[in-house]
Design a protein around this ligand. Structure first.
Ligand SMILES: NC(=O)c1ccc[n+]([C@@H]2O[C@H](COP(=O)([O-])OP(=O)(O)OC[C@H]3O[C@@H](n4cnc5c(N)ncnc54)[C@H](O)[C@@H]3O)[C@@H](O)[C@H]2O)c1
Ligand SMILES: [Zn+2]
Length: 360
């Protein structure tokens, strides 16, 4: 299989494979990317074992050993990462082993973090099975688990050796999980690729019907946007910050609603609508462009946030590690394909943005 592209970050370069049926090629890809003598350990969940974990393990000769971890955002914890480390030790993993992590962003982040600390770090290969993981979380090398004090507070930078995205895996995704990835893709379009935004706008029905050709293009274009950004800026300077468009108020909404009833992508969808309102008020973004973006988000019908408590959202945002301390930073769009870091956001603007969500 030939890679779709290579992502060259400061710390490492790695190939990204995007194709239908790519899962069957993982064994061959890992042997050439990480070395044929490396012993593979597939890490996945019980839920994903039969459809994806076993086929990935069987693509190795001899088949890879399989390690199971618990799933769900509430299990994205140090305890689960520690359990993964223990399971790797018990299964006989060593310094020259490679962790092949099969699942959505939760598994990718948690098992990826375990791989980053196991024996001071072993090779990692991502096999993302959700749209969100394919367009976003498997790219860029960030891995983390949550802490009671907040999301993703414990983590590392641990770039993968390879990423293998199988478009066919998306056929079984629950609809809301598909949407969660769609909103992140739409975000990438607004940050850096008008054609990607137009794809989500014009091929909505095909995306919802999961036409493989269209999903493949969505994944490719999203990987290009994120790939360019993390190549220019691996560690959260202003360029990488652009990826947080929709996330500032989005995270506030997620936290205020206790991470229940809404997917991360949906919260980002609402967060983009809030950011657009603020950008229009500042005179940065023409009203008709904001309406075009908002309509496109609304057309995918994100679950409405359950009666949003403005104060609760503001309180949650005050705890956001990317938002607290000094200046309030938000990413605001100027046009479709062009966003900017703004670092003097007033609290009145935040209230205005949150009210724009409530008003819809
Ligand atoms: N590291 C990063 O840069 C980064 C970026 C964005 C998001 N994230 C993280 O990603 C996580 C969210 O990931 P997610 O949206 O993939 O959710 P997820 O990993 O929780 O998966 C959602 C559900 O889909 C199921 N699933 C996975 N693949 C499936 C398939 N092909 N068919 C049917 N069901 C399938 C899973 O079992 C799970 O129940 C969050 O924890 C977020 O913080 C990380
Ligand atoms: Zn996100």
């Amino acid at each position: 299989m030939t890679p779709y592209r290579t992502i060259a970050q400061q710390s490492a370069s790695y190939p990204v494979f995007i194709a239908r049926g790519a899962i069957d090629g993982v064994g061959g890809i890992v042997s050439s990317a990480a070395g044929a003598r490396k012993r593979p350990f597939v890490i996945t969940s019980a839920n994903l074992l039969e459809p994806f974990g076993r086929p990935v393990a069987a693509s190795f000769d001899p088949p890879a050993r399989i390690v199971l971890i618990e799933e769900g955002e509430r299990r994205k914890t140090l305890e689960t990462a520690a359990a993964a480390v223990t399971a790797l030790l018990e299964a006989g993993a060593q310094r020259d082993s490679v962790a092949v992590v099969v699942g959505g962003g939760m598994i990718g982040d948690t098992a990826g973090f375990a791989a980053s600390i196991f024996l001071r770090g072993i090779d990692l290969v991502h096999v993302p099975t959700t749209l969100l993981a394919q367009v976003d979380s498997s790219i860029g090398g960030k891995v983390a688990v949550n802490h009671p004090a907040g999301k993703n507070l414990v983590g590392s930078f641990h770039a993968p050796r390879a990423v293998v995205a199988d478009i066919d895996a998306l056929a079984t995704l629950p609809e809301r999980e598909l949407l969660s990835g769609v909103f992140e893709a739409l975000k990438s379009g607004i940050i850096g690729d008008p054609a990607l935004f137009e794809l989500t706008e014009q091929r909505r029905a095909a995306i919802l019907e999961r036409l493989p050709e269209v999903l493949e293009e969505v994944v490719r274009r999203s990987v290009d946007v994120k790939g360019e950004i993390v190549s220019a800026d691996e560690r959260e300077g202003d360029v990488r910050r652009l990826l947080n468009y929709g996330h500032t108020i989005g995270h506030g909404i997620e936290a205020a609603t206790h991470y229940e009833g809404m997917t991360h992508g949906e919260a980002v969808g609402w967060g983009m609508i809030a950011a657009n309102a603020i950008a229009v008020r500042r005179g940065m973004l023409p009203g008709h462009v904001a309406r075009r973006i908002d309509d496109s988000i609304a057309a995918f019908r994100p679950t409405p946030p359950p009666s949003l408590d403005r104060e609760a959202v503001l309180r949650a945002m005050a705890h956001d590690k990317k938002f607290s301390g000094g200046r309030r930073v938000m990413i605001l769009p100027r046009a479709i394909g062009l966003c900017e870091v703004v670092d003097d956001i007033e609290s009145a603007e935040l209230e205005y943005g949150i009210d724009a969500v409530t008003a819809r």
